[in-house]
Ligand binder design. Sequence first.
Ligand SMILES: Cc1ncc(C[n+]2csc(CCOP(=O)(O)OP(=O)(O)O)c2C)c(N)n1
Ligand SMILES: [Mg+2]
Length: 546
Amino acid sequence: MAAAPTIGEYLLDKLYAAGVAHVFGVPGDYVLKFYDQIVKSPIQHVGTTREDTAAFAADGYARCRGLGALAVTYGVGALNVVNAVAGAHAESSPVVVISGAPGVREQREDPLIHHRFGPFTFQREIFDRITCATAVLDDPPIAFRQIDRVLAAAQHHRRPVYLELPRDVVDVAGYPMPGEAPVASSSDPAALDEAVLETVSLLESSKAPALIAGVEIHRSGLQDTLVQLVDHLRLPIAATLSGKSVIGERHPAYLGVYEGAMGPQAARERIEAADLLLLLGVALNDVDLGVYTAQLDPKHMVRASQGEVMIRHHRYPRVRLRDFVPLLIKKCGPQGRSRPAGIPGPTAAGFPKTGEPMQIGRLIGRLNEGLTPDMVVVCDVGDCLFAAVELRVHERTEFLASAFYTTMGFGMPAALGAAVARPDRRPLVLVGDGAFQMTGTELSTLARIGSNAIVIVFNNKGYSTERFILDGPFNDIAPWRFHAIGKLFGDIAGYEAATEDAFEDAWRRALATRDRPSLIEVHLSPSDPSPAMKRLAQNLREKVEG
Ligand SMILES: Cc1ncc(C[n+]2csc(CCOP(=O)(O)OP(=O)(O)O)c2C)c(N)n1
Ligand SMILES: [Mg+2]
C-alpha cells in the first residue's frame, strides 16, 4: 500500500487538482519546508517583491482561473497580506492564504521566538474576520479533513480562506479519512417556479425591458448563460462597475457600465427609461450605484442575487441565481421584440494630432480603438479606473479591478497574477503614478518571467482623486522617472509620452514588443480629470465637507 502523503503534500495535491498551478509568495523560515515541497510538486512558486503583492497576484489569478494561492511566513509575512486579503473578501475572490508557523512543539513551550506578536492564536483570529474559513493544521489525524473543508469553502463561497501550517507538521504523514458529503444548497423548487413565472409574465407585458448584470454572475460562472439570456430575450444589457466585463463588451446589445450619475450618460438614459429592469447578480454597493445616485425604481424591478429573488416589493427566499437564470431562458418564449442596439465605446478621432498634449479622454479613446482580443485590462484605482469605465474589452472577464474595495496597489500585482494564470493573454495595465509607487515593483517580476505586458502610467503629478475632493500638500508625491524604470527593474522597454504623436509611436512599439514588458509614462495635466472623476469628486466633496 502506498504511504499516505504528508500534510504539505496533500495540500499541494488538492490545490493542483483545483486548478492552482502556481503559488505566489516570499519565503521565511517558518514556511521553508513547505516551499521545499512546492519545488518538488507540479506547482510552481512565483516569487514576489512583497507579501501583499503576492496576495493581489493570487487574487488576479483567482479571477482568471477560479482559485488562487499564496504561501508566506508567520507574522511579518502573514500580517503583510491583510489589506489585500480583505479586498479579496470584499470582492468575492477565492484566495487560499497559507501561512507557515512555529512548530506545535515549539509553541507548547511558549517561547519568545522571532516574528511573535502576541499569543499564538492571534494570527488566525485576525484572518477569521476576513476569510470564510480558517484552520490551524496542528493535529495530524484531522488535517486532511480540515484541508478539504477549507478549500471547499473557498470554492463554494467564492471568498478567501486561511490555513496555518506549523513547521513541524508539514512533512508528517496525514490520515486519509472519508470526506464529508458537501452540503447541497439548492433552490426551493416551488419558489423557483413561481419567481420565474412571475418574471416571465412581467417580461411579456413590458415594452422596454433592460438588464443590469453584476459581479455575482462572474463568481457563479454564469457568463455563458447570461449571453444566452440576452440573445434569447433580446434585452439591452449594462454591467455594474464591479461586474465590468461580465459579458464581452463588444456584444451588439451592450450599453456600457451603469453607475447612476457617475457613469456614461447614454447608458444611464437607456437603463433609467426601462419599464422593467432585471438586475442579475448585482451587489447594491455605493460604487455600483454611483454613490447612490442611481435612480432605479423597485416598482419596475426583478432582482436575482445568489440566494434570493426580489420582484417589485416581495421576496422569494431560497431561489439561487444559478437556478433562476437557466429556468428563465427555458420558460420564456421567443420575444417579438426587435434586437436592441448597443452603445459603442469611445474613440479618438484624428489621433495622433502632432504636438497635441495628451488628454485623458483621448487616451482612453485611443486605447479603446487599440484593444486587441488577446488583452486583459488590469486597472488600479484613481482616474485611470474612472476613465476606463468607458473601455470595451473584447471578451468576458477581461477587465480586472478592485472596483468596489478600491485599494490602491492592486493593478501591477494583479496583472502578474493574470499573466501567470493566462499566458495566452497580454495584460494591459492602467495605473496612476501614486498607485505605481505602492506596488509597481511587480513590474520587475513581470520582466523576470518575460511577460509581454503593456503598462500605461497615468502621470498626473500626485493623488489627483484626493486633490479633487480636498487639496493640500499631502497630495503631492515624489516625481519619479517612470519610463527609466528598466535601469533598475530589468529588461523593460520604457517610453515617455507628453504628446499624441509620442504616445502613438510608443504604443506601436509596445505592441510589437513580445518578449518583455513595456511601460509608457503618459504625462497628463493635473487639471484634466475624466468627466467621471469630476462627478465623483463633486459628490464626495459634499460628504467630506459635511
Ligand atoms: C491603499 C490605499 N490608500 C489610500 C487610498 C485613497 N486614495 C484613493 S485614490 C488615491 C490617489 C491615487 O493616486 P494615483 O494612483 O496617482 O491616481 P490619481 O488619483 O492621481 O489618478 C488615494 C490616495 C486608497 N484607495 N487605497
Ligand atoms: Mg496620480
